[in-house]
Design a protein around this ligand. Structure first.
Ligand code: CA
Length: 439
C-alpha cells in the first residue's frame, strides 16, 4: 500500500533546530531526507546524514549516543545501500525516532544541543556525495507530452508510437557515470552526421542538452525470476531525487537506430544529493494521471486501485540556467521551464512493477528515472530539444543572450518541492551541473 500521512507530518511540529522552521525552508522536520556526506576538504569516510534546516544529523553519532534505536545500525555504512535493503518498516521506524528527537519539546533537545559538534555538521561545511552505490540505472520515458513532442519532430503525422499507452518504455542506462550535484560535466566527443554531410565525423557534441527528470531509489529487491506485484511496488521504493539526464542530441540522432540511446546519454547523469523518502511524500500523493477518454486501460499487472487513487506525486519542478556571462555580470540564474510530476502518464509504482514483471531482479540502490518531465504547455517542456524545437526556435535569456543548446560554462539547476493546503512544504534541494569545455 502507498503510505498514509502520520504524526511525523503534523504541520504543527517544529524543530528545536531553529533554521528548520523558516517558512519555505526545503528541509523542515516534516521532510528528513537522507544523504551521504563528509566534511568538505576532508578524506574522512562518507557518512549517512539527514538534512534538517541548515544542519546535517550524523545518524550513526546519534545511534552511538543512544538517541536512536538499533534500527539506525543500517546507517553504519558509507552509502545508503544497507538502509535501502532494510525495508519499509525500518525506514518508518527510523523516521519516527528522528522526528521525536529533533522536534521542539523533545526531552533530548538540551542534551543534544550541548553535544552539537558531535551529532551535527553545518550543511555549509559538508561535501555531499552520491546517496547510494548504484548497481543498475534504468531510464523510462513516462511523460506522454515529452514523448509526443519528441515524436512529432521526427514523425509529424504519427508522433506517438502504438506501444506507448500500453507499455512503460525504458532503456538500461549506465550506473558508473551517475554523479552527485555539483560535479562538472565534460562536453562529450562523439560520432555525428549532419543531414547534408556525406559521412560522419568525430568531435565535440554541438547539441548538448539537459533532461529534467525524477529518479527513485529501489529498496529491497526481488529474486531473479520473481516479479513484484503492482500492489507491492511501493514497498520497494525508498525515496526520490532530481535527475538531470544530460543528452548529446547530435550523437543521439546518428546512433539511436535501431537499439536506442547509448553514448549520447551515458557520459553523465547528475542526481540531487538528498533522497526525499516515500514516507515524507505521503501527504503529497495524488491520483495517477487520469487517462483521456479513448486511451486504453493499463493491463491488469499495471493496475491497482490504490495506485490509481494515490500513485501520483504532487511535485513541482523547475529548470534554471546560469551562463558564464550572467555569472560575470553577477546576475541570478534564469528560469527556463516549470513542470509537474503529477502529470506523468505512468507512475513510479507502474515503472517498478513493469521492470520486474519479466523476473528481472532489482537490487537495493538501483536507480529508476522517470524520463523527461514535460507538460502540455510550452513553458513546461523539460529539455532544450523541446524548448527550442531542436534548435529551430532559440531561447532568449533575460540578458539578451540566446541558446539553442548548452554552451561551455552553462550551469543547469533543477529544483523541486511539494506543497499542499494544510501541510508543511518540503523541498528536494538542488541538482546542479555546469558544462566544462571539451577535452
Ligand atoms: Ca532521459
Amino acid at each position: 500500500m502507498i503510505r498514509q500521512p502520520d504524526e511525523t507530518h503534523d504541520p504543527r511540529l517544529r524543530s528545536w533546530i531553529e533554521s528548520a522552521n523558516a517558512p519555505g525552508h526545503p528541509f523542515p522536520i516534516q521532510n528528513l531526507p537522507f544523504g551521504i556526506y563528509r566534511r568538505a576538504g576532508s578524506r574522512e569516510r562518507p557518512r549517512v546524514g539527514v538534512a534538517i534546516g541548515d544542519r546535517i544529523v550524523d545518524v550513526i553519532a546519534c545511534r552511538r549516543a543512544a538517541y536512536l534505536s538499533g534500527v539506525a545500525e543500517a546507517c553504519d555504512a558509507p552509502n545508503l545501500n544497507r538502509l535501502l535493503a532494510a525495508g519499509r518498516d525500518a525506514w518508518t521506524t527510523l523516521r519516527a525516532e528522528l522526528s521525536q528527537i529533533l522536534r521542539d519539546g523533545s526531552y533530548r533537545a538540551r542534551e543534544m544541543r550541548d553535544r552539537e559538534g558531535e551529532l551535527f555538521v553545518p550543511a555549509a561545511d559538508a561535501e555531499l556525495l552520491l546517496p547510494a552505490e548504484i548497481g543498475d540505472y534504468t531510464d523510462f520515458y513516462a511523460s506522454v507530452h515529452h514523448a509526443t513532442n519528441v515524436g512529432s519532430m521526427f514523425r509529424p503525422d504519427n508522433p506517438l508510437l502504438p506501444n506507448y499507452k500500453h507499455v512503460p518504455i525504458g532503456y538500461h542506462g549506465r550506473a558508473s557515470s551517475v554523479v552527485p550535484s555539483g560535479t562538472p560535466v565534460r562536453r562529450p566527443n562523439g560520432q555525428t552526421k549532419a543531414p547534408t554531410a556525406d559521412g560522419p565525423s568525430f568531435g565535440p557534441s554541438r547539441m548538448l542538452d539537459y533532461e529534467l527528470e525524477v529518479g527513485a531509489f529501489v529498496g529491497p529487491g526481488n529474486r531473479l525470476g520473481e516479479a513484484i506485484p503492482i500492489t507491492e511496488a511501493e514497498d520497494h521504493l525508498f525515496g526520490i531525487v532530481l535527475v538531470n539526464d544530460w543528452s548529446a542530441r547530435d550523437i543521439q540522432g546518428w546512433e539511436y537506430q535501431p537499439l536506442g540511446p547509448f553514448l549520447a546519454k551515458n557520459f553523465a547523469t547528475t542526481v540531487s544529493p538528498w533522497v526525499v523518502t516515500m514516507d515524507a511524500l505521503a501527504p503529497f500523493r495524488v491520483p495517477a494521471t487520469a487517462r483521456p477518454a479513448g486511451d486504453p486501460a493499463p493491463l491488469p499487472y499495471l493496475t491497482d486501485p490504490d495506485s490509481a487513487e494515490r500513485g501520483g506525486i504532487a511535485l513541482s519542478l523547475e529548470v534554471w540556467l546560469r551562463t558564464p556571462a550572467m555569472r560575470e555580470r553577477g546576475e541570478a540564474e534564469a528560469l527556463l521551464s516549470r513542470g509537474s510530476f503529477a502529470a506523468m502518464y505512468w507512475t513510479l509504482g507502474q515503472m517498478l512493477a513493469h521492470h520486474a514483471s519479466n523476473g528481472c531482479n532489482l537490487r537495493p540502490g538501483d536507480l529508476i528515472a522517470s524520463g523527461t518531465v514535460s507538460g502540455p504547455e510550452r513553458n513546461e517542456r523539460g529539455c532544450l530539444l523541446e524548448l527550442t524545437w531542436r534548435g529551430a526556435e532559440p531561447l532568449t535569456l533575460p540578458g539578451g543572450e540566446t541558446r539553442r543548446f548548452l554552451e561551455d560554462g552553462d550551469e543547469v539547476i533543477l529544483r523541486g518541492w511539494c506543497e499542499r493546503e494544510g501541510r508543511v512544504r518540503i523541498g528536494m534541494g538542488e541538482c546542479r551541473g555546469a558544462v566544462s569545455g571539451e577535452r
